[in-house]
Ligand binder design. Sequence first.
Ligand code: ADP
Length: 422
Amino acid sequence: MLQFFDRSWKLPAALAAGLLAGGLLGWLANGHIATGVALVAIAEIVLLLTRIRHVTRHIMPSNPTISSLQHDRFMTRSRRIASSLRDLRSAAGSLPDAVVLLDNEQHVRWFNHAAEDLLGLRRPQDRGTHLHERMGTTELAGWLQDGAHEPLNDVVAPGHPNRHINVTLLPFGRRQRLLLARDISHLTRLEQIRRDFVANVSHELRTPLTVIHGYLELIDPEDVPELAPVLGEMRAQSKRMGQIVEDLLTLSRLETQEHVTDERVSMTPLLATIRKEAEALSQGRHHITVESTAEADLLGSPKDLHSALSNLVSNAVRYTPTGGNITVRWKRTPEGATYSVTDTGFGIPATHLARLTERFYRVSSSRSRDSGGTGLGLSIVKHVLNLHQARLEIESEPGQGSTFSCCFGHERLLKPGTSDEM
Ligand code: ADP
């Protein structure tokens, strides 16, 4: 009996301590996985403490097969373990991330100081309460009630309206859960500063660039033949700078916007416009086809959708050598409808695909610049699609071509000529 307790407590205690030490270091280095491991260890510690208390209070005194020497040795060891575990629990208690230990029915079993601050939990009255009921009508409560499958990012902290948190629910033990909430207010603030900076710089650059471009347009190269080649280059570059500034301003607007206007976007005229724009850009160098079988219009912002959908065609023209094919498709799918642009162009190596929608990310900077790109097009596409709850899928084969698809859900589709949803 005694040996059983000795072995069974030593190993988990050592494990918990090791995990916690590793986790704390990881947390200091901002490692989320290590933080998770540390916090699961904390959960184990709390369970261990409860069990030790139970054994020393109820099982040991009433067991007649244990001698008094064995009893004393066991008590000394378990006191030592309990004391180190208590230290670890108090370390866990002072973590800046909120930690809440939940049983299999989401009742609160234990929480640290940060949970009082960020989630508004109070002791002792909140021990044993149902967490989602305790969180009232907050976004966090809804997320818990829906099963909390994915982490919840950037929500207002229920205990602190000026703070923002990221929340994760980790399973451990027998259907128990560990809720972690990390204060990300400083990141939100930095992100806001970055957004404001980009928007302000772009705004400030707009007027001087317009003036410079205007004067350059006024100069007739025939009046200054010796400057003609330089003048052409200056005009092209000032136009490019102007386009970058306009794209940055568009991105800033899309980033701060939470919703789009819900207007009908008639797809037949939009596809006709996109075809004309593509033909103008291609100047007869490509074979352009438009196939429209969806018989559906879109619900959203006409200006933003036009910009996103035509951007993909403009890319297809710019990254497909002369003689290539470009096919635009608007078709129904089981989940709604998809607008796709397929080209037989240069294609993109798989390693670049995940980063294509980052600002200024280019597979080849020179090719992008030569083709008049700003490096912001796909970023704009992604933001526009996010605002319409749609997603961008990219398939590509180097040397064969690419397909960029915008996948819209049923809630964004309208029957042409009626106001009915599809
Ligand atoms: P850019 O203005 O440089 O075209 P984008 O954000 O539109 O910027 O695209 C990012 C990069 O993705 C491009 O620089 C290019 O390398 C690659 N890309 C985009 N569309 C295509 C395409 N249809 N075929 C090949 N590469 C593409």
